[in-house]
Design a protein around this ligand. Structure first.
Ligand code: 4AD
Ligand code: MG
Length: 460
């Protein structure tokens, strides 16, 4: 067993006595630290002091041995210690603040405090765990689709259209804001802008994704999307990542099956590939986390129509007070989503929403009032996925574009695909950070993306 080894990383903590110093080092690869054991006779006091400072970056060369102590199976007997980067304990904001007097567990720093220290928070156990899980989830998404013969299509970040029609876009321009060029009518002359027209950051890769599916069959996008909605909630970001598959010849039921398979695959993947990190989050923040993850993978998701959903909510009003009265034709509120998830004790698909509360591209049902939409509501999260079968009939789609007063010139290419070999197709969007909330049990979306962008916040 004994063999020479080198450990490099950041010091998490150190303790010791006159004879020996134990230094816990972490290099980010796992939640587990490695313990370096330094014989105080071998090193000068100054080196031990610098190497024992929480946050310092050090290199320890020595012999890897079976550990004598409790809490770790191996440790490194230090022969050489190099300080790669000092860390002043007086100034380091992530200095451990002692132990909880009751259960002797180390005190975890408050998440709100760590949000202000986003440049350093990857050094903590919590954010190490979260961002490792984030990596594994990202990899698993590519694997899921690749294994099912989907192609990853890179859709543009800068666009001239508003896929969701909600008008929540960040403008992209190189015009001088202090000296805007004007047309003879006194309007801003966007012909002089970089792209010769108005452009913005994309809210969704879907429209271009559909173009991909009409040639490649099955595609998915996985990119950043941007929404200038002023929602300061624990579930909204101004910049978030979205996974959007789009599949030719799929109807709404195929689409639901794909979404359910994908979510179960991803949760299973986390359970089997992120055990230590999930256990840490379970023990530290949320004792029901792992049980909740296990509960979604082994049962079919419930499927109800929007109309059935409203009936259930109205029926619940005898025993449950809602702030907003459920009403056919209105969007489901967070409290309504929560109720449905509770009522069915697990994930719920809600389908066939009224056309007036959904985007223009969704396929109109024969009733003329509802569309073939599907949202998935998740325990803890609310809406995690939104999707639909797409309207492939040119004239019906065109009518919706007109009814909703969407500028036709920004979408002519989308409409044109309905003239040249259109077919039934469907897709959906999974908010990556909403998935991350579910998988990690975190309660604020700002804690599952390394550098969150929210109203009045783009610091790091
Ligand atoms: O329901 P949405 O708006 O659907 C679309 O964008 C479609 N184009 C998707 C498609 O059919 N290809 O957004 C999809 C998902 C939501 O269910 C939610 O999980 C997430 O994206 N999402 C957000 N996540 C974080 N912050 C925000 N502001 C979000 N807005 C939507
Ligand atoms: Mg939605």
């Amino acid at each position: 067993m004994d063999r020479p080894a080198t450990a490099r990383g950041w010091v998490r903590s150190a303790r010791g006595n006159k004879y020996v110093q134990f230094i816990h080092i972490n290099d980010g690869s796992t939640i587990k630290n490695i313990q370096a054991v330094a014989d105080t006779n071998k090193f000068d006091e100054e080196t031990l002091k610098r190497a024992g400072a929480t946050g310092a970056c050090i290199e320890v060369k020595g012999i890897l041995v079976q550990s004598q102590g409790k809490g770790q199976s191996i440790e490194i007997l230090a022969e050489e210690i190099t300080i790669l980067g000092d860390c002043d304990p007086e100034e380091y904001p992530l200095q451990k603040r002692g132990q909880d007097s009751k259960d002797k567990k180390p005190v975890t720093l408050p998440l709100e405090f760590l949000r202000e220290k986003a440049h350093l928070r990857t050094r903590t156990n919590t954010f190490g765990a979260i961002f490792r899980i984030r990596h594994h989830m990202s990899f698993a998404i590519h694997k899921f689709f690749n294994d099912r013969n989907f192609f990853n299509l890179h859709t543009p970040i800068i666009t001239g259209s508003d896929a969701e029609g909600a008008g929540e876009m960040f403008r992209v321009t190189t015009l001088d804001l202090h000296n805007l060029p004007k047309t003879p009518e006194g309007k801003i002359d966007f012909e002089q802008d970089f792209f010769g027209k108005e452009t913005n950051l994309t809210v969704s890769g879907q429209l271009e994704g559909e173009l991909g599916a009409m040639g490649l069959g099955r595609i998915y996008t996985f990119g950043p999307t941007f929404r200038a909605e002023n929602s300061n909630t624990p579930r909204h970001l101004a910049e978030f990542w979205m996974i959007e598959p789009e599949v030719a010849f799929y109807d709404i039921n195929d689409n639901m099956n794909l979404a359910e398979d994908m979510l179960k695959y991803l949760v299973n993947y986390a359970l089997s590939h992120c055990k230590d990190d999930l256990q840490f989050l379970n023990d530290t923040y949320d004792q029901e986390l792992i049980a909740r993850l296990e509960s979604v993978v082994d049962r079919p998701f419930t499927r109800v129509s929007y109309t059935q959903g409203i009936e259930i909510l109205l029926g619940a009003m005898t025993s449950r007070k809602f702030e907003y009265k459920p009403e056919w034709g209105k969007d489901l509120q967070k409290e309504h989503e929560n109720y449905l998830v509770e009522h069915f004790n697990g994930p719920v698909f809600v389908t066939n929403y009224p056309k007036d509360i959904k985007a223009f591209y969704m396929k109109l049902n024969d009733d003329g009032t509802t569309v073939r939409a599907m949202d998935i509501l998740f325990p803890w999260i609310g809406e995690i996925i939104g999707g639909s079968q797409r309207e492939e009939d040119h004239d019906k789609l065109y009518r919706r574009v007109k009814e909703m007063e969407i500028p036709e010139e920004s979408l002519w290419w989308y409409l044109e695909t309905r003239k040249f070999g259109a077919c039934e197709h469907s897709g959906f969007g999974l908010g990556f950070e909403r998935l991350m909330l579910f998988v990690t049990g975190m309660t604020n979306i700002r804690d599952v993306i390394p550098f969150p962008r929210t109203p009045k916040n783009a610091e790091f």
